[in-house]
Design a protein around this ligand. Sequence first.
Ligand SMILES: NC(=O)c1ccc[n+]([C@@H]2O[C@H](COP(=O)([O-])OP(=O)(O)OC[C@H]3O[C@@H](n4cnc5c(N)ncnc54)[C@H](OP(=O)(O)O)[C@@H]3O)[C@@H](O)[C@H]2O)c1
Length: 255
Amino acid sequence: MKLTFIGNGNMANALIVGLADNYEIEVLGRNEQSLKALHDSLPQITTRVLNEVEDISDKNIVLCVKPYSLPDLAPKLKGEALTLYSVLAGTSIESLKSQINSKKYIRTMPNLGASHLKSMTTITGDESLKEQAIDIFNQIGQSLWLSSENELDIATGVAGSGPAYLALIAEAMADGAVQQGLKRADAQALVSGLFDGFAPLIANDNPADIKDGVMSPGGTTAAGYAAMERGGVRNAMMEAIADAYTKAKELKAKN
Ligand SMILES: NC(=O)c1ccc[n+]([C@@H]2O[C@H](COP(=O)([O-])OP(=O)(O)OC[C@H]3O[C@@H](n4cnc5c(N)ncnc54)[C@H](OP(=O)(O)O)[C@@H]3O)[C@@H](O)[C@H]2O)c1
């Protein structure tokens, strides 16, 4: 299957690295130097500068530009694509339909993990492309099909923004360790190892079971856990998801 990427920034590069061995890849961008560098690193793909008028007829397009670039880019894309895969945050399928012609549309939300082929990607859109879409985005990590754009907006506040929330937790834990006298490098190593070991735990158990498994009566975890509840960490996290969802809807309404 051939995929035509439009845009060759961070998200496109991550996807292309994941897909290059199993898909025929063409990349259209606007910066000749960065396109050449990409081609040098992956000689099996083709790259070129986007034409002033680009015919996208019968192509499988993977749109990887920033949402604000769309009004400038869309008028240059002529013809009707076969499929349009969009990674644009906050850009609805309705908005894509009004700007770019395609037989079918898919909207996705990868996350920063894509740079290590560990994205948690959510996908929605034309049901007939479900398997194909999951296949494509599984190349950069895990993907989850959702049944509506509303669900994708909720998921955006969890998996899309999630690396920032977990970074706050990681930083705070390291700061706490430093405050108690641990060296910064050791605190960082500790937290990094903790997240590494936590990934398989959360993949296999529910959070309450993990917590119950580590919290013994009157022990250290129970003391620390009570401090987190006093600090409102649970409520702050739930509010973070709620506010991110509200913002995702606002952005979608604007785009
Ligand atoms: N990064 C993430 O973690 C993440 C997560 C989820 C979703 N996304 C979505 O992924 C999309 C891309 O993000 P990114 O981080 O990859 O951005 P980026 O690194 O800035 O890449 C954007 C790419 O689009 C190209 N471009 C911009 N305007 C263009 C135009 N008019 N014609 C042709 N090419 C154009 C840029 O070219 P130049 O090199 O010349 O600037 C660049 O190659 C965004 O819509 C974002 O919402 C990103």
